[in-house]
Design a protein around this ligand. Sequence first.
Ligand code: GRF
Length: 220
Amino acid sequence: MADLESPSRPLRVLVLISGSGSNLQALIDAQGEAPYRIVAVISNVADAYGLERARRAGIPAEVLNHRAFADRAAYDQALGNLIDRYQPALVALAGFMRILTPGFVAHYAGRMMNIHPSLLPKYRGLHTHQRALDAGETVHGASVHFVTDELDGGPLIVQARVPVLRGDDAQTLAARVLAQEHRIYPQAVRWFAEGRLRLAEDGRPVLDGRTLDAPYRLVD
Ligand code: GRF
């Protein structure tokens, strides 16, 4: 009898972007060896370079410009409708620079992730690298988390740490962190696609049957 592939494998992943899309690229590059496929990329910014990356990889790339909508709720409603046409099992925010409405977040509860350039819960929001430098941190990093209503506050899945070096500025530090982002995001999506990672009813992530009370730390 033919091996009936589970309808959920490869896992259908949709990526939301607003800019360069280097994290998208990392997810594209990893999908050959992991049981997920990026079924579409949506940007709220028409000239986001990530759209070009998607097209080059043969992935449908769509623009939904927030400026064309009266308010946040109307945009999120349209965005949800567009996303759901692709029937993703996971929505991956990859530099998607929008605050999401509670209804939108609830609709994708347990199946939406974000990557953030800090060791959360430190430095939610913007300008994380400069803020880490200003605070005199010696260690900085990146986090992947499930998305909840709290901005950059959802349950942490995986983190990677980098040293802050003497002479760093926000740009050099950002580049060091970004290289780690490109490791941890594909890793988290792969775990989810492999069925090893889920968000439990109690709101905590479970990896390989164990509740993650602290994020998994990816080390070299
Ligand atoms: C990354 O630093 C990500 O953590 C943050 O926005 C940046 C997006 O970079 N949310 P890119 O578009 O993936 O290159």
